[in-house]
Design a protein around this ligand. Structure first.
Ligand code: COA
Length: 257
């Protein structure tokens, strides 16, 4: 159980709100678990027609909790991986997913948008996937989906150089439907969700299935997660997490592997 994810269902719309604003909504294991519980419930309950993701505070999410990564890095057996469970649930979701994103969307905060069917960005949105800076590799099938969406070179610059996309660039790359003032973000996402609740659910789920190669997505998630798990155990990754905790730039001059 966690208070850091608020789950609300009103009029066929499940809203999952990340509510850890003092840590920029960094995602702990318990938060991933709550998000998965929400997605699994939405799949089973015909009364839930749409799921909306949003975040409290000035950031959508700073991505995976880096203290959690550092703790996992020291363990041989990482136990049930809640981040992996969430990512797999995203990959196979059949209901429409909508995201309302303001401020930083780091790592999975950006890669999860590739699984959303409608994405609304506030003018403050800043999308980053700095996996290589953390000595990691892309996840959530983003190594397949991001280059397919925005082209290899832009995706590579995001993954390998950590280059951010601001809201206007993300819109022009096809990663979002609209950029709106932050004050209008939630109402815009809500209006889209309400519109979807009035559409025939069978036609919606078939349309989504036709638009996504779920098997290829699942296979890519499997490939990525093997390498991601190995990367977490490397000296490079330990240096990256320690540097974040010590608020200094990482030094990869001696770390190798
Ligand atoms: N995991 C754990 N804690 C995090 C976090 C993360 N991913 N991101 C931010 N926080 C914490 C900070 O440690 C800080 O905690 P403190 O107040 O106890 O010191 C608090 O959230 C605020 O973060 P801060 O860095 O001061 O905010 P900022 O506005 O200057 O920068 C970010 C925001 C998101 C750009 C920056 O925090 C960041 O780069 N975070 C790491 C993102 C990341 O690499 N995620 C993993 C992707 S795979």
């Amino acid at each position: 159980m966690t208070d850091y994810v608020k789950t609300e269902v009103v009029a066929g719309i499940m809203t999952l709100t990340l509510a850890r604003p003092d840590k920029k909504n960094a995602l702990s294991s318990a938060m991933y678990s709550a998000l998965s519980d929400g997605l699994e419930r939405a799949e089973k309950d015909p009364a839930i027609r749409v799921v909306v993701f949003q975040g409290d505070g000035d950031s959508f999410t700073a991505g995976n909790d880096l203290a959690d990564f550092a703790a996992q890095a020291g363990k041989k057996d990482r136990g049930e991986n809640q981040a992996g469970r969430f990512i797999r649930n995203l990959g196979k979701a059949t209901k429409p997913l909508i995201a309302a994103v303001q401020g930083n969307a780091v790592g999975v905060g950006t890669t999860m948008l590739l699984h959303c069917d409608l994405v609304f960005l506030a003018e403050t949105a800043r999308l980053t996937t700095p996996f290589v800076n953390l000595a990691l590799v892309p996840e959530a099938a983003s190594s397949l989906l991001l280059p397919a969406r925005i082209g290899h070179v832009r995706a590579y610059a995001m993954f390998a150089l950590g280059e951010p996309l601001d809201a206007a660039s993300a819109l022009s790359c096809g990663l979002a439907n609209a950029v709106v003032p932050v004050a209008e973000l939630r109402s815009r996402a809500r209006a889209a969700a309400e519109a979807l609740t009035k559409r025939p659910p069978g036609a919606l789920s078939h349309t989504k299935a036709l638009m996504r190669n779920v098997e290829a997505i699942a296979a890519q998630i499997d490939r990525e997660s093997v390498i991601f798990g190995e990367r977490l155990q490397t000296a490079e990754a330990r240096e990256a997490f320690t540097a974040f905790a010590e608020r200094r730039p990482p030094d990869f001059s001696s770390a190798a592997g």
